[in-house]
Ligand binder design. Structure first.
Ligand code: S3P
Length: 747
């Protein structure tokens, strides 16, 4: 049993590793390091004789020493794996030994105490002391449970105090990484605070609750009826009492700090129950539920962090097929964003139906939750927003992170410029490259104080407490986001704010403000609002998003034999450029059962395949189809003749540079597509198979999925994860309709 298993060997890192304390953690560390042959010998020490014997028998160590001195003098690395308070005593004993250049490290769950102790017993923290904490364990304990793979894909936090010898730190770091742990370095204090909140407090509550209930005289009765919730919540009360006793005494300060904060929150919950304050309860519960889901996802990913980082979601789209049936695409993204924003600022409760449960609109929802708004759902598109009124938002606990969503960032910038508190707006890598000066400059003219990153990019730091002054603004570009941003700021500005646009853009903000009873004056290309009014809660039915429907309008047009109905699509005249352009190209589109729902026109759209022809796209249609061009370029590639687009430079600053990225992709499929500064020239012709890159742009990914319908072979589309920002069920609906696109297996 003592022979080393035949593991791949490395060059030894040193002569002797000593592990003091041969329990689960110490035993697993010794065993893993020994199997890798990282030292000439691995020596164990434990006060418990049977553990020493078993450690040798089980191949955990090469041999055990009879005394601390015999083990440690001449060692390269000394690992302290004894309970926290015992570690303090062992450190004191080590301080009396001639340790030479030995590196000392430990595995305790609290770090402040051990560093203080080292400072005392060594008269100053030794430079070769590297405190550590592996976040791993199991219900089993003792050396018999030792597993050389225990730390694989678990976090190990090293907390080197200032002055730690870099070589010592690097050696300890190397050991843990060799055991395949995810090593992080952290400041001692921070470590103790984080662990107090995420591990120590929950254990305290579990132990405390079970004991409190068990001590009541009716305890049998209580436990007999205790259901799954009790069992789940109190599972950790089965942990080792001695170990936890040590942890609470060792990490006293940080635990008290987090306990006090929790106790204050608990008092608020108590008061809410006493006073029948359901709003407070709902706020806590909805926020907690979302946070739990969020953490759940993060935790689920943690186990395979590396894989996730490098993961490129690939769509594989097979050629051929036709589309038929009836389908309803998800809710309109622009309207979903605004329903949360205006619902939050209204007095009373707003009910939303058909809300888009895509990442962008959810980012807006989360931002308002972070600012204290109670929002229930989304649940199958239903959301209930408990409005706080125009002046009821609260300072968020940290930066508002809006992911990929330009609409969230730009519209929120207007609103936040007028709040009494400071905010930071941040986004993902793609959003962080997009221009924000288009909102920052006019907002500053109104008196806002905003700092951007270099060249006007995110993040935005917005200073609260400013008094905004109304102004008239002539927009240099046709942008509904800029218009909406300024109108939202105008709700708070002194006087009348007016915005003139160079061409009509989507008017959902104006329509929805009116739906909330807020007066908006629209005169030609100018929209005006004045402060001093209030928003009254309402019901909102979000129509299906014409921008998502557009993929199917083109798909059914270009795939022979198609006949498809798209239900309940929003056909607001500021959004129907795609219908007009496709009709000019010869598409067969019929608008059925046109009606108005909550201030927005909707229709069912029937689309049948047709031979498309290339056209010069009228420039006045550009802002009315701004998000639909990627898929319109696919229509152009399948059309007879040349299509020319001009006056569309805005496409270069969307989620990607949509002119360049589409031109590159079409060219990769053998299409003659020539980008220009403000548009593109596309010659219709055959489409080949190939590899294309969406550059994280949802609409590019979906457009090339559509292109495959007419390609001569499969199209592999890289970087498709962001389809979830606007159209989370795209693949399912596409395959229901008859397209052959799916996630590539193992991509
Ligand atoms: C949007 C406006 C448009 C559009 C975006 C949504 C909105 O952006 O591209 O997807 O909801 O106001 P611009 O205002 O930058 O044109």
């Amino acid at each position: 049993m003592t022979a080393r298993p035949s593991q791949p060997r490395r060059e030894p890192l040193g002569d002797r590793l000593v592990v003091i304390g041969l329990g689960l953690i110490g035993g697993s560390f010794a065993k893993g390091v020994r199997e890798l042959g990282l030292f000439n010998e691995v020596v164990g020490f434990d006060l418990d004789l049977p553990s020493r014997r078993q450690a040798v028998e089980l191949g955990v160590v090469d041999r055990c020493a009879e005394s601390l001195e015999e083990a440690c003098v001449g060692a390269t690395v000394i690992q302290l794996a004894v309970p926290i308070l015992a570690a303090e005593k062992v450190l004191a004993a080590l301080a009396t030994l001639p340790l030479g250049e030995a590196v000392v490290t430990d595995v305790g769950s609290a770090k402040g105490n051990i560093v203080r102790c080292a400072e005392q017993v060594f008269q100053g923290v030794p430079a070769r002391f590297v405190p550590g904490h592996p976040i791993a364990g199991s219900e089993q304990s003792g050396v018999t449970a030792a597993k050389s793979t225990l730390f694989r894909r678990h976090k190990v936090i090293l907390t080197p105090p200032p002055g730690t010898d870099p070589a010592a730190l690097s050696l300890v770091d190397t050991l843990w990484r060799a055991l395949e742990a995810d090593v992080e370095h952290m400041d001692v204090r921070h470590h103790d605070e984080v662990l107090a909140a995420t591990s120590h407090l929950p254990h305290l509550l579990a132990f405390g609750l079970v004991d409190s209930l068990a001590r009541r005289h009716e305890n049998l009765e209580i436990f007999r009826y205790a259901a799954g919730g009790f069992r789940d919540f109190t599972r950790i009360a089965g942990s080792d009492p001695l170990m936890w006793h040590d942890i609470f005494l060792a990490n006293r300060e940080a635990v008290l700090h987090t306990l006090d904060a929790f106790q204050a929150d608990l008092d608020l919950l108590r008061a809410a129950i006493e006073q029948g304050d359901g709003h407070h309860l709902l706020g806590v519960f909805t926020r907690a539920r979302v946070a739990r889901e969020h953490f759940g996802k993060i935790l689920a990913r943690r186990a395979y962090v590396d894989v996730m980082h490098s993961k490129d979601l690939i769509f594989l789209a097979h050629p051929g097929g036709s589309l038929s049936g009836r389908l309803r695409v998800p809710g309109d993204k622009s309207i979903s964003h605004r329903s949360i924003m205006l619902g939050s600022l209204a007095d009373g409760v707003t009910e939303v139906e058909g809300f888009l449960e895509g990442e962008d609109a959810l980012a807006t929802l989360q931002a308002f939750r972070d600012m204290g708004v109670v929002i229930e759902g989304p649940n199958h598109g239903r959301v209930t927003v408990h409005g706080v009124g125009l002046d009821g938002l609260k300072p968020p606990p940290g930066p508002l992170y809006v992911g990929n969503s330009g609409t969230s960032m730009r519209l929120l910038a207007g609103l936040l410029s007028a709040q009494p508190f400071d905010t930071v707006l941040a986004g993902d890598a793609s959003l962080s490259k997009r221009p924000m000066n288009r909102v920052a400059i006019p907002l500053r003219e109104m008196g806002a104080v905003i700092e951007t990153g270099p060249e006007g990019r995110p993040p935005l730091h917005i200073k609260g407490g400013q008094r905004l002054t109304a102004m008239h603004y002539e927009m240099p570009m046709a942008s509904a986001q800029v218009k909406s941003c300024l109108l939202l700021a105008g709700l708070y500005a002194n006087g009348q704010t007016s915005v003139t646009e160079p061409a009509p853009t989507r008017d959902h903000t104006e329509r929805m403000l009116r739906g909330f009873g807020y007066p908006v004056n629209v005169d030609g290309s100018t929209a005006r609002v004045e402060s001093g009014h209030r928003l009254r809660s309402t019901r909102i039915e979000v129509p299906a998003d014409i921008s998502s429907a557009a993929f199917f309008l083109v798909a059914a047009s270009i795939a022979p034999g198609s006949d498809l109905v798209l239900e309940h699509v929003g056909i607001n005249p500021t959004r129907t450029g795609v219908i007009e352009i496709l009709r000019l190209m010869g598409a067969d589109l019929e608008l059925l059962d046109q009606r108005e729902v909550g201030g927005e026109p909707v229709a069912d759209i029937r689309v049948r395949s047709a031979q498309l022809k290339g056209i010069d796209i009228p420039e006045d249609l550009v802002p009315l189809a701004i998000d639909e061009f990627p898929v319109l370029f696919v229509a152009a590639a399948c059309a007879e003749g040349r299509t020319v687009l001009r006056g569309a430079e805005e496409l270069r600053v969307k989620e990607s540079d949509r002119i360049q990225v589409m031109a590159d992709g079409l060219q990769a499929l053998g299409v003659n597509a020539q980008p220009t500064a403000d548009g593109i020239l596309i010659e219709g012709g055959p489409l080949g198979a190939g590899e294309v890159h969406s550059h994280g742009d949802h609409r590019i990914a979906m457009s090339f999925s559509v292109a495959a319908l007419r390609a001569s072979g499969p199209i592999r589309i890289h970087d498709c994860a962001n389809v979830a920002t606007s159209f989370p069920n795209f693949l399912a609906l596409a395959s229901t309709a008859g397209m052959r696109v799916a996630e590539e297996a193992n991509s």
